[in-house]
Design a protein around this ligand. Structure first.
Ligand code: ATP
Length: 288
């Protein structure tokens, strides 16, 4: 095999609670991750020369070894003594710095793709350990689908996703730097909030009660991000008026998503967003 082309999916966080800083410098999180069918395309071509090349038309992502796909390739080369190189061509569709995990997803896709292209025969557990070295959201994208995620992202509890739900993901016109969001977050010592009880029930039963999800969903970054960017309230209000069952930030933002029960509801939301001049994506869960 000389090349391999793979889709690299985005995610939506249906709720996100952030815990105290751990001794290793990471925060514990609790979240429900859902992969969606908004995808980048990652093409990996074997090169004889010992180089890692990034080809990408987007100016929003690094074109050197800071790119998460390049970092994934570097990790595999270094830890598995590979002398060959790779050209990684990324067609970006997932908005960058938007909380949809595009970089992490590209990193995971590259790990999985190079495992095949370079015949590394790494097990799931080995890929999982490598993925954590790239970033906290990367392990989720190895398997994808839907999962309750905890720890700093290393503990994954796969569940059946929200097959019937349709999402509208809105670009509010600004970006959030994840590091800034974590640095500025005030973490309260709260008792068990309803969202955590909901996640516990999902892990106990393996099922998602949509009604319970929608009424307990909470994202700890929302107060911080909306205080700095009042447009967040405008978008949430618009999604609510359009009939969303629930809406919030994904990750630390900036994208704001709404959940809709059917195609008709999505269409009326799309009309409203269009007439208000917002850029948005309609997507649905990737179920595996
Ligand atoms: P996070 O996982 O931090 O919440 P995000 O979903 O908000 O990330 P990403 O699109 O993953 O946003 O980009 C975060 C940062 O990673 C950006 O500064 C971007 O330049 C950098 N980055 C590195 N490689 C990639 C890549 N392949 N695709 C997108 N961003 C990348």
């Amino acid at each position: 095999m000389e090349s391999i082309t793979l889709p690299s999916h985005a995610k939506i966080n249906l709720g996100l609670k952030v815990g105290q800083l751990r001794p290793d410098g990471y925060h514990d999180i609790r979240s429900f991750f859902q992969e969606v069918n908004l995808v980048d395309t990652v093409r990996l071509e074997r090169l004889d020369a010992d180089v890692i090349e990034i080809v990408c038309e987007s100016d929003d992502v690094p074109h050197d070894e800071r790119n998460l796909a390049a970092r994934a390739a570097r990790l595999l080369k270094d830890e598995h003594d590979r002398s060959e190189g790779v050209r990684i061509s990324i067609q970006k569709r997932i908005p960058v710095g938007a909380g949809m995990g595009g970089g992490s997803s590209n990193g995971a896709t590259t790990l999985v793709g190079l495992n095949r292209l370079w015949n590394l025969h790494l097990s799931r557990a080995e890929l999982h350990a490598l993925s954590l070295k790239l970033g906290s959201d990367v392990p989720f994208f190895l398997a994808g689908g839907a999962a309750v995620v905890s720890g700093r992202g290393e503990h994954l509890y796969p569940v059946r996703g929200l097959a019937e739900t349709r999402f509208v993901a809105v670009d509010p016109g600004f970006r959030v730097r994840t590091a800034w969001a974590f640095e500025n977050l005030e973490i309260g010592l709260t008792a068990t909030p309803p969202y955590i009880s909901f996640l516990n029930s999902v892990m106990a039963s393996g099922r998602v009660n949509l009604k319970r999800l929608f009424c307990s969903l909470e994202n700890d970054f929302l107060p911080l991000v909306s205080a700095k960017n009042p447009v967040v309230h405008e978008v949430l209000d618009l999604l609510g008026r359009a009939g969303s069952q629930c809406s919030s930030l994904t990750g630390s933002g900036s994208v704001i998503f709404g959940c809709f029960a059917n195609v008709e509801a999505v269409e009326s939301a799309a009309e409203l967003l269009q007439s208000s001049g917002y850029h948005f994506w309609i997507c649905q869960p990737r179920t595996i």
